[in-house]
Design a protein around this ligand. Structure first.
Ligand code: GDP
Ligand code: MN
Length: 332
């Protein structure tokens, strides 16, 4: 194709390894998300992937339009798959009591909770919790990086984060952590405690419970990793602990009776069923999802990344951030 893969990134001494991870980007999007999807992929290509050429999987519960595929395909010569999610992996299951679900939605609308009345948002959260890693197009990959439309990657990435994860035995990587809205998950923690009682064998030694609870697990402090950015190991989601955990939560119905998000569900599982050193804070990745941005703290890294973010605006020590609890956990 006339493309020569360089051996170093342009502004750095970093060599691009011939070694690659079995990894893909994954983007869930609607056809109407086309402009934002194009912008996110463009930034990812410019900041990282034009040198690495990891593939993309785009998923939607309806087929992507020809126009959508054309506008995405022009951005890169990395491999791109466009997939349609099956009905059962996306929509509210028939066994959900719709009357109860409706009452749950009305309560959250009355309480002015964001997306409180939305069924499609609940479908999305349940899909991201339990189904994206089971999609046929995802099956052959182990690692993924989740991207959303209209996010920003603020710095050049002069290393391969997938290989970093693999070589350092990491399972879950994040950039932003914050408090969840309690009204979306009133019974989630009780369900988690019930699950742990049933399955103490899944709880890891040296886990990150202290990041999420101030009292040894009795109550949840609402801290979670913001899942619109995730670099993680699908072997974990596909493994026995998370499979049992998701199934247990799913049959509680809280994705529909309440508004359980994939962020707290992923975060709680990652934190309890792994050692804390298997969770990685990607400080070097400048990342923005409206309204929050994470910008590398380290000046050297900020310069080496030619970052476009303002370090002073970084969310890390905002009052709504859980980063100080993360620091406490890992003893920084
Ligand atoms: P927020 O980040 O919690 O405000 O939620 P978003 O609206 O950004 O949705 C999260 C992700 O799911 C984004 O990648 C959206 O493009 C995608 N998404 C949300 N709702 C739908 C939907 O109904 N269908 C599809 N195909 N994607 C959706
Ligand atoms: Mn979003």
């Amino acid at each position: 194709e006339g493309y020569v893969r360089p051996t170093t990134t342009p502004n750095a001494t970093h060599f691009i390894s011939d070694k690659r991870a079995n990894a893909t980007f994954v983007i869930l999007a609607r056809n109407t998300d086309i402009d934002g999807t194009v912008r996110s992929i463009r930034e990812m290509e410019d900041r990282f992937n034009k040198y690495y050429k990891y593939p993309y999987v785009l998923l939607n519960e309806v087929p992507f339009t020809e126009d959508f595929k054309r506008r995405v395909s022009v951005l890169t010569d990395a491999h791109i798959d466009f997939g349609t999610i099956s009905h059962d992996d996306w929509f509210q299951p028939a066994w959900i009591d719709e009357q109860k679900a409706k009452e749950g939605r009305e309560k959250l609308v009355a309480d002015k909770v964001i997306y409180g009345g939305s069924v499609s948002y609940r479908n999305m959260c349940r899909f991201n919790s339990g189904f994206f890693f089971k999609q046929p197009l995802m099956e052959k990959y182990r690692w993924y990086w989740r991207i959303e439309p209209d996010v920003h990657f603020h710095c050049d990435l002069n290393f391969d984060p997938f290989l970093y994860m693999e070589e350092n035995n990491k399972v879950y990587g994040f950039t932003i952590t914050m408090y969840e809205f309690e009204k979306t998950i009133p019974t989630l923690w009780a369900s988690v405690k019930e699950f742990i009682k049933l399955h103490p064998e899944f709880v890891s030694p040296d886990n990150a419970m202290a990041f999420m609870s101030e009292n040894g697990g009795d109550s949840y402090n609402l801290c979670h990793f913001w899942s619109n950015f995730e670099i993680a190991d699908m072997n974990f989601w596909r493994g026995p602990a998370y499979t049992a955990f998701f199934d247990f939560l799913d049959q509680k119905g809280g994705f529909y009776y309440e508004r359980w998000g994939d962020a707290p569900v992923h975060s709680i599982a990652a934190a309890l069923f792994n050692r804390k050193d298997q969770i990685h804070f990607f400080d070097v990745v400048g990342y923005e999802h409206n309204p929050y941005v994470h910008c590398p703290r380290d000046d050297q890294q900020w310069k080496a990344g030619r970052c476009t973010c303002d370090q002073k605006r970084s969310f890390d020590y905002d009052g709504y951030s859980c980063m100080s609890k993360w620091d406490r956990l890992i003893g920084r």
